[in-house]
Ligand binder design. Structure first.
Ligand SMILES: NC(=O)c1ccc[n+]([C@@H]2O[C@H](COP(=O)([O-])OP(=O)(O)OC[C@H]3O[C@@H](n4cnc5c(N)ncnc54)[C@H](OP(=O)(O)O)[C@@H]3O)[C@@H](O)[C@H]2O)c1
Length: 238
């Protein structure tokens, strides 16, 4: 993909799926990648990517549970003074599929809320200075079309939908609050992707989804801050 000079990206949830593929593609494109894995010891494909010649060993693996605010702050301190061009909040959870209406569980909702909604906010709080010091200044949250109020005509999926809708609101407020620092904040829908969350029948491969997301992020401008964008760059309804 032709574009500007590669920068530094920090990605959460790189153990597998979209996060793993994003870590791979950005490293292969010459970016320095801080790949935050939940369980680095078992993230074998990520380790392979880090050792691969294609990634030029620009991919550094860091262990991070995004619900652990002290660990987030410790990582931010460790990376103090290092500009981060793109903070990609990717880690996500669907929650137990059997928890449909009538069987919902408060503790499970809170568990998913901490990953999908609260973590992007805590990450943004901790890394705003690093992003502000960079050239591109982008914070992106991998949301979901399932979090769109306007698009919800099929109902259900309470835990996932509400936590992604909450993440969208985090994006809207961050976009306003961080505008004075020149930081662009967007919510991105990766499409329906073949991962543990998307399942085997999803339409997109992780490769195509990430390629699309990278193109969207490559063309991002301050005018697009505060938007909810699809993997092909189309604007989505909140
Ligand atoms: N696939 C789709 O169709 C689709 C559609 C719309 C949006 N999305 C979003 O895309 C993002 C990536 O999901 P995916 O499809 O690639 O699913 P995935 O393969 O299940 O990947 C999710 C990643 O998030 C990590 N994660 C979960 N809890 C975490 C925590 N507490 N701390 C750190 N990492 C954590 C997981 O690691 P562990 O398992 O080790 O915890 C895993 O690496 C998510 O935000 C998801 O909601 C996916």
């Amino acid at each position: 993909m032709a574009g500007r000079e590669p920068g530094t990206i920090l990605i959460t949830g790189t153990d597998r799926g979209i996060g793993l593929e994003a870590a791979r593609q950005y490293a292969e494109a010459g970016w320095r990648v801080v790949a935050c894995a939940h369980h680095p010891e078992t993230a074998l494909q990520l380790k392979k990517a880090a050792e691969s010649a294609d990634s030029g060993r620009r991919l550094r693996i860091v262990g991070l549970d995004v619900t652990d605010s002290s660990a987030i702050q410790a990582l931010a301190r460790e990376l103090e003074g290092q500009p981060i061009d793109l903070l990609l909040n990717n880690a996500g959870l669907y929650g137990p599929k059997q928890l449909t209406f009538g069987f919902l569980d408060a503790e499970e909702w809170i568990r998913v809320f901490r990953v999908n909604t609260l973590a992007p906010l805590l990450m943004a709080q901790a890394f705003t200075t690093h992003v502000a010091q960079s050239r591109r200044k982008i914070i992106a949250v991998i949301s979901s079309l399932m979090g769109s109020l306007g698009n919800n005509i099929s109902g259900g999926h309470y835990i996932y939908r509400t936590t992604k809708a909450g993440a969208n609101m985090v994006v809207r407020s961050l976009a306003v609050d961080l505008r004075p620092l020149g930081i662009i904040v967007v919510a991105l829908n990766p499409g329906w992707v073949r991962t543990d969350i998307g399942g085997p029948h999803a339409l997109l491969s992780t490769q195509d989804s990430v390629l699309g997301l990278r193109q969207v992020l490559e063309r991002i401008t301050p005018q697009k801050s505060g938007l909810f964008l699809d993997h092909d760059g189309e604007m989505l309804p909140w």
